[in-house]
Design a protein around this ligand. Structure first.
Ligand SMILES: C[S@@+](CC[C@H](N)C(=O)[O-])C[C@H]1O[C@@H](n2cnc3c(N)ncnc32)[C@H](O)[C@@H]1O
Length: 227
């Protein structure tokens, strides 16, 4: 990081009306996505806030398509909304694209499975029910991953990053959710989870194997490209 002020001092403050306007002028959820949002609200009501927002989901689909990713890894699947969005961006050709989902909950990911089937992408998705660190360590020690999305337990973000970065293909894209943590990352007296997120942000920003930007999309999304 640098002490030289590199910002041009400009930043849009997104008030609720402006945010609604941006959402209204973005791709809207289709029938399967609406059904999955409903199913998540019914089955996992008190945890439903863990689902990524629809605009972030659209961003995941676009980036998966734009990067031409064929093999993607997701850490933290819950009821499968982000997985649905990534899987939809994978190629549907003869060799097919593949998404490996890491989670510890059979119950939540099975809700995703029903909707992945409805969307016609279930055959691209494999779920491993195990601590994600074990699943990542069992992957080949080679740069085989085109796109990775981290959205699980915050205390393990650095460990997930350190397993994923060496396995990313040059030019591969890493995305990390919640990196602005409801704006708490600048708190003077941060709580434990906020400290985990800021430690991750410092770790990623100092990593010269990637170029990255922290986007103010949703709850903060770090987008990195493996050099
Ligand atoms: C924020 S949610 C993921 C939301 C999901 N990306 C979506 O869009 O709906 C976090 C998920 O991480 C999973 N999780 C928590 N600790 C984990 C661990 N050690 N290994 C694997 N998954 C874990 C939880 O079961 C939960 O489903």
């Amino acid at each position: 990081m640098t002490d030289v002020p590199t910002s041009n001092g400009r930043s849009i403050s997104v008030d609720p009306r402006l945010h609604e306007y941006a959402l209204a002028h973005s791709t809207q959820p289709d029938a399967v996505q609406r059904a999955l949002i409903d199913a998540t609200n019914r089955a996992a009501a008190e945890h439903a806030g863990m689902r990524i927002s629809h605009d972030e989901g659209t961003f995941l689909t676009l980036l998966t398509q734009l990067s031409g990713a064929r093999f993607a890894v997701e850490v933290g699947t819950f009821t499968g909304y982000s997985a649905l969005c990534i899987a939809r961006g994978l190629p549907d050709d003869r060799d097919g694209g593949r998404l490996l989902c890491c989670d510890v909950s059979e119950e939540w990911t099975s809700i995703g499975r029903e909707h992945w089937e409805q969307a016609g992408v279930a055959d691209r998705i494999e779920v491993r029910i195990a601590p994600a660190i074990e699943t990542l360590r069992a992957l080949p020690d080679e740069p085989v991953i085109d796109l990775a999305f981290i959205d699980a337990d915050k205390e393990s973000y650095i460990a997930y990053w350190d397993e994923l970065v060496p396995r990313m293909r040059p030019g591969g894209v890493l995305l990390v959710d919640n990196t602005l943590w409801h704006g708490r990352v600048t708190d003077a007296d941060p709580d434990e989870t906020t400290r985990e997120i800021t430690a991750f942000n410092d770790h990623a920003a100092a990593d010269d194997r990637v170029d990255l930007v922290v986007l103010t999309l949703s709850d903060g999304v770090t987008m990195a490209r493996r050099r």
